[in-house]
Design a protein around this ligand. Structure first.
Ligand code: UDP
Length: 251
């Protein structure tokens, strides 16, 4: 995907970029090399539901330069619209991007999760990627008043790729602030990824992931999450079906 010729599908009014995993990484690296910073949103049905109620979040989604289809809910929604799109898990895209940063000498920042989690995630990433340069690390439990100093300290550290793990929509709003003073860096909201990278939370075994059932595994492990996410998914898909029927009829 080149700048200017963006291939997108709309789900309930929100754009999702259609591209392969490798194209998403290529797009990211091309922009970084050109010194053009930007925001990556790894979109899921929950985020679309939030955006429908929250205009500020809707505008973040509409203005993100890259919106990655993350998870089976978005994949199904696109399928309903007749589009076959590869699922690009945000956590995998981010890990690959960190590897590319290590290879290309681009400094990285990690912001979010509990202190011991983000420190352990940092250690594990440094073990995994030779030459990785992590120039800023901060846990995600801070007050509104701390935001300015976080922004100043991170800006002084001059990362080129910033991973923010505060959960949506908090992380996307924080990114909006941070990117003002770091216009040449890429910012990715990564949800619970640091928990996984720290080794504290396990990702689903390969077989669940291959079958698109990672959500089922996480549900079994975290029933609370199930209560939050599951009731929303069928409703989301019903709305997408209604939308696509109306679109076909030309309304
Ligand atoms: N988190 C944080 N600060 C907060 C709230 C959450 O750093 O004020 C972290 C939390 O510790 C976890 C991540 O944000 O590491 C989000 O996790 P969650 O699983 O809720 O996000 P999801 O993957 O569902 O977007």
């Amino acid at each position: 995907m080149e700048n200017g010729e963006r291939k997108q599908a709309k789900i309930l009014g929100f754009g999702v970029d259609l591209m392969s995993f490798s194209e998403a990484l290529e797009f990211t690296m091309n922009r970084l090399r050109a010194g053009q910073g930007f925001q990556v949103v790894t979109i899921n049905p929950e985020m679309i539901e939030i955006a429908k109620k929250n205009p500020d979040f809707a505008s973040v989604l509409n203005n993100a330069e890259l919106v990655i289809p993350d998870g089976v809910g978005i994949k199904l929604a696109l399928k309903i619209k007749g589009i076959n799109q590869e699922n690009i898990p945000g956590i995998e895209y981010s890990k690959k991007l960190i590897g590319l940063c290590a290879q290309n000498g681009l400094p990285v920042a990690l912001l979010g999760a509990k202190e011991e989690i983000v420190q352990k995630a940092k250690q594990n990433l440094l073990k995994e990627f030779e030459n990785l340069n992590i120039v800023y690390t901060r846990n995600g439990y801070f007050s509104k008043e701390d935001e300015e100093s976080i922004k100043n300290d991170m800006t002084a550290a001059a990362p080129k790729a910033v991973f923010v793990a505060l959960g949506a929509p908090k992380q996307e709003f924080m990114i909006q602030e941070l990117k003002k003073s770091m216009p040449d860096a890429v910012f990715v909201g990564v949800g619970g990824s640091f928990d996984v990278w720290s080794g504290v939370v396990k990702r689903a075994p390969e077989i669940y992931r291959k079958l698109g059932l990672e959500w089922l595994y996480r549900t079994l492990k975290e029933p609370e999450r199930f209560k939050r996410i599951f009731p929303a998914l069928p409703l989301f898909l019903i709305r997408v079906i209604i939308e696509s029927v109306f679109q076909k009829k030309g309304y």
